[in-house]
Design a protein around this ligand. Structure first.
Ligand code: DI6
Ligand code: FE
Length: 405
């Protein structure tokens, strides 16, 4: 049989089983960007003729990592705000005083698209160096039609320029822009009547998200955004129960959301609603850590009701300035008490589901995309165990290996 690529002498963690079992010495065959065969080395046909061949020398093979929640397109940074918070100011206080998200909005609006792309490209390259082959990127630092569309265009352009799959999410309902101060319902009118339909018409968004929170938008306002998304044929996700319980998870479930994210203040009713709707719980330990939050998400409840848990960076300048998805796996274990196997499923199979992409990625199985990572570790638990290490040996996107700059 002739095909494009043979990876030999690897040990496969397919992520198709909950235990993240490791195979014995195995091969994976790839053709036209997809996995066409895999099995033990002893079953490799001597007559097979790959156009390219990689000897993994026993390295561990996992699905390419999927970062299913980022805000990585933004301009500037918020190091000054970090200092203020260390002096005692809370995230909510800073947001109410006109800092926080809105200060990034000012800089993102002003940035030339090429500059915005350049600043964001550095973060994307870093994610890729940590094994990411699919990344979700949200808008939400534009907060007017022009700047929201600019952000989504930059995200799409990054996906064209780099060997990584970019999925975009419109998060126009992230914060209230200053020009709408005191008029949140008017801003939601603008989102549902203009920004969202235009993003959908230009096919710039693959999903729609909102920030349902006391410093964000109410459940009633979020519902209007979701109704507009449904009318435009776009799936929804939600920043829910991060700082308080607003009933956002149940609302998201009512709309069949792909995911509800953060969830530190999730209760059992919300958990059951998510379980019934098949909504993924996205854990964002970077934001929990950086805000020095003290209430972890209810992992035991999520387990009890069998809600799939994903893990993501939440890469953003205010609450999670990181591109280290492996470190997020470590924090999901140390801070949230997830198991290393759950953390690995969280950046592979369950992250794929959180983006509606489980059909073609997220596990190492015949028929799936050949988005793959080779790691210099003995056991998959090491990926979550080491603090901010990076044992990535090779990364393949659609069967093509790219240098790890
Ligand atoms: N929750 C978060 O943690 C980020 N957005 C959100 O809705 C924070 C965004 C920021 O502070 O810039
Ligand atoms: Fe977020």
């Amino acid at each position: 049989m002739a095909y494009d690529l043979l990876i030999r002498n690897t040990r496969i963690v397919s992520a198709a089983d909950d235990a993240c079992a490791v195979s014995g010495a195995a091969f994976v065959a790839v053709d036209q960007g997809a996995i066409v065969a895999l099995g033990p080395m002893s079953a490799l046909e001597p007559a097979s003729r790959p156009r390219d061949e990689v000897d993994a020398e026993g390295a561990l093979l996992t699905p390419g990592f999927i970062d299913c929640h980022t805000h990585l397109v933004y301009a500037g940074d918020r190091a000054r705000e970090f200092e203020l918070r260390l002096q005692g100011a809370s995230y909510e206080e800073i947001a109410r005083a006109g800092g926080g998200i809105v200060s990034t909005v000012r800089q993102t609006r002003e940035a030339h698209p090429a500059d915005l792309q350049q600043q964001s490209a550095r973060r994307l390259a870093s994610l890729m160096r940590h094994g990411v082959t699919t990344v979700e990127i949200k808008s939400g630092y534009g907060l007017n039609q022009k700047a929201e569309l600019k952000s989504l265009q930059v995200a799409r352009a990054l996906g064209q320029r780099f060997p990584v799959d970019v999925r975009t999410t419109l998060l126009a309902a992230h914060a209230l822009p200053p020009e709408f101060a005191g008029r949140p319902d008017d801003y939601i009118d603008e989102v549902v009547q203009h920004i969202l339909p235009e993003a959908a018409r230009l096919r710039l968004a693959d999903a729609v998200d909102a920030f349902c929170e006391t410093i964000g938008f109410t459940p009633a306002q979020t519902r209007r955004v979701f109704e507009a998304a449904r009318a435009a044929g776009l799936p929804v996700k939600l920043h829910a129960e991060q700082l308080s319980n607003q009933g956002g998870a149940a609302l998201a479930a009512e709309f069949g959301a792909l995911s509800a994210d953060h969830l530190e203040h999730l209760d059992e009713a919300g958990t059951i609603a998510m379980a019934c709707a098949g909504t993924v719980a996205v854990m964002l330990p970077g934001a929990y850590y950086f805000l020095r939050d003290t209430q972890p998400p209810p992992i035991a409840l999520l387990r009890k009701h069998r809600v799939p848990m994903a893990v993501a960076t939440d890469c953003n300048p205010g609450t999670s300035p990181t591109t280290h998805l492996l470190l997020m796996m470590n924090m999901a274990c140390t801070l949230f008490r997830m198991t290393p196997a759950e953390a690995l499923l969280g950046v592979t199979r369950h992250a794929a589901r959180a983006l509606g992409l489980l059909g073609d990625r997220g596990t190492v199985e015949v028929g799936k995309r050949a988005d793959l990572c080779l790691w210099d570790v003995d056991h998959p638990a090491e990926l979550a165990y080491a603090i901010a290490a990076n044992p990535l040996r090779a990364r393949f996107q659609r069967g093509l290996q790219h240098a790890l700059q």
